[in-house]
Design a protein around this ligand. Structure first.
Ligand SMILES: Cc1cc2nc3c(=O)[nH]c(=O)nc-3n(C[C@H](O)[C@H](O)[C@H](O)COP(=O)(O)OP(=O)(O)OC[C@H]3O[C@@H](n4cnc5c(N)ncnc54)[C@H](O)[C@@H]3O)c2cc1C
Length: 385
C-alpha cells in the first residue's frame, strides 16, 4: 500500500464522519477536503519536473474508489478536481503560464473546478455559446454557467468557451481562470436529490486575465484524449465505491440476521450473492477500461481511435446503470433497515447519490454519440489474450 492510499483512507475516515451532515445541509465537505489538501493529495498528478509526485491515473482511480465508499460528494469533488488536473498535466503544451500554474497546484494544493455546462447548450459539452475576447495580450470572458460544482470553494476554474466571438460553437478552448480574477453572480442554488455536498450552484461567471491562461491545445483534442476518458474512469471508480459500501452494508445486515438465527442462512443472502456478482462485474469493467487507457497513453492515435472512444463511453453508461442496480439490490437485502435514514444499514444517501450518475452528462447523449461510432468500426472479434 502506498503512502497516498494510506493518506486517502485517513481522509476517507474524516469524510465518513461528516457525510450525513454534508448531505443533510447540502454543504461543502470542508473537513474532508482539508484532510485531502493537508495530505497533499490534490497535486498528486503534477509531474516531478513541475514539483509534484507524478502519480498516475490508477492512483487517482483507487483514491476515488476509497472515498466513494465513505462520502460520494467528497469523492466526486476529488474526482472532478483530478479531471481538470489531468487536462493541465497532459495539455499544457510547455506554455509558461500553464506550467507555473501546475507548480502552484503542487505547492499550494489548489482546488480546481470545471465550467462546461452552459445556458443554451444544456449538457452538450462540445458546444459553447460564450466566447473568449482577446485584446492587447489580455482576455475577457462571460459565461452563464448553469452548474459549477464547488465553484465558490475552488481556487481555479477551467472554463470552456468558443475560441473567438466569430468561432463556431464547437471551436472551443479551455481558459484557466483563477478565483481572484473571476466574479460570480448566483444563477441558481443546489437543492437536489443527491450529490448535495458538491454544491453545484449555477453562476454568471465573468473573468479577465492574461492570454497565457488560454490552454494552447484545442478543447476537441483535450476532451477526446483526456477529459472524457479520465472523467469516465474516475466517476466510475467513485460510483463503484458507492456500490461497494452498499454491498458492505447488505453483508453486515445478513451477518446480523445470521447471528440471530444460528444455523440458518438468512433469505437476504441470496440477493447478497447476486449483488456481489454485479459488483464484481462492475469492478472488472472499470479495471479493464483503466488498462485500456494506460495502454493508449502516449499515443494520440490510440487515444483518438474509435474503439477507444466506444470503450470509454460504454464504461460510463454501464457503471452509471450498475451503481443504481446494485444499491437497489442491497436495499432489497436490508429491507426497511436500509430504507430508514436513521439506521446503520441506511442506503438512502447511496441511492440518491447513485441516481446522479446517469445524468452527469446524460446517458442518452453519450449513447447517441456511441451509436454513431459503433456503426463505423469493424467487428470486435479479437483474441482475449
Ligand atoms: C453532481 C453533478 C455535478 C455536476 N458538476 C458540474 C460541473 O462542475 N461543471 C459543469 O459544467 N457541469 C456539471 N454538471 C452538469 C452535468 O455534467 C450535465 O451537463 C448536466 O447535468 C446536464 O443537464 P441537463 O440534464 O439539464 O441537460 P441535458 O444534457 O441537455 O439533458 C436534458 C434532456 O435532454 C435530453 N437530450 C438533449 N439532447 C440530447 C441529445 N443530443 N441526445 C440525447 N438526449 C438529449 C436528455 O436525455 C435529457 O432528457 C454536474 C451534474 C451533476 C449531476
Amino acid at each position: 500500500m502506498t503512502d497516498w492510499i494510506a493518506a486517502a483512507r485517513a481522509a476517507g475516515d474524516v469524510a465518513a464522519r461528516h457525510a450525513d451532515e454534508v448531505d443533510r445541509q447540502a454543504r461543502f465537505p470542508a473537513e474532508a477536503m482539508a484532510a485531502l489538501r493537508d495530505a497533499k493529495l490534490l497535486g498528486l498528478l503534477v509531474p516531478k519536473d513541475e514539483g509534484g509526485p507524478g502519480a498516475g491515473i490508477a492512483d487517482i482511480v483507487s483514491i476515488c474508489h476509497l472515498l466513494g465508499q465513505r462520502c460520494a460528494a467528497t469523492a466526486m469533488i476529488y474526482a472532478m478536481h483530478q479531471i481538470q488536473a489531468s487536462c493541465l498535466v497532459r495539455h499544457h503544451g510547455g506554455a509558461a503560464w500553464q506550467r507555473a500554474f501546475l507548480k502552484r497546484l503542487a505547492s499550494e494544493q489548489l482546488l480546481l473546478a470545471s465550467a462546461t455546462s452552459e445556458a443554451g447548450v444544456g449538457g452538450d459539452v462540445r458546444s459553447s455559446v460564450c466566447a473568449v475576447e482577446e485584446k492587447d495580450g489580455r482576455f475577457a470572458l462571460a459565461k452563464q454557467a448553469t452548474v459549477i460544482s464547488y465553484g465558490a470553494d475552488a481556487d481555479g476554474i477551467l472554463v470552456t468557451a468558443r475560441r473567438t466571438p466569430q468561432s463556431p460553437a464547437s471551436d472551443q478552448v479551455i481558459v484557466v481562470v483563477s478565483q481572484k480574477d473571476a466574479r460570480f453572480e448566483a444563477l441558481q442554488g443546489w437543492d437536489t436529490l443527491g450529490m448535495r455536498g458538491t454544491c453545484s450552484n449555477g453562476f454568471h461567471l465573468k473573468a479577465e486575465g492574461e492570454v497565457g491562461q488560454i490552454m494552447p491545445v484545442p478543447y476537441a483534442d483535450i476532451s477526446a484524449q483526456t477529459m472524457l476518458p479520465t472523467s469516465h474512469l474516475v466517476w466510475s471508480a467513485l460510483w463503484l465505491g458507492i456500490a461497494t459500501d452498499a454491498v458492505a452494508r447488505a453483508r453486515a445486515f445478513v451477518r446480523a440476521e445470521a447471528r440471530k438465527k444460528q444455523g440458518a442462512t438468512p433469505p437476504g443472502a441470496l440477493r447478497l450473492a447476486e449483488a456481489t456478482g454485479q459488483l464484481q462485474l462492475m469492478k472488472a469493467g472499470l479495471v479493464s477500461a483503466l488498462r485500456q487507457y494506460e495502454a493508449a497513453l502516449g499515443s494520440e492515435d490510440a487515444l483518438s481511435a474509435l474503439p477507444f472512444a466506444i470503450a470509454m463511453n460504454t464504461l460510463k453508461i454501464t457503471s452509471s446503470q450498475m451503481v443504481v442496480q446494485i444499491v437497489g439490490q442491497a436495499l432489497q437485502v436490508c429491507g426497511l433497515a436500509g430504507y430508514r435514514n436513521d439506521s446503520a444499514f441506511s442506503l438512502g444517501r447511496h441511492l440518491r447519490d447513485a441516481h446522479s450518475a446517469a445524468l452527469m452528462v446524460n446517458n442518452d447523449r453519450i449513447l447517441a454519440n456511441t451509436a454513431q461510432l459503433v456503426t463505423a468500426v469493424r467487428d470486435d472479434s479479437g483474441l482475449l489474450a
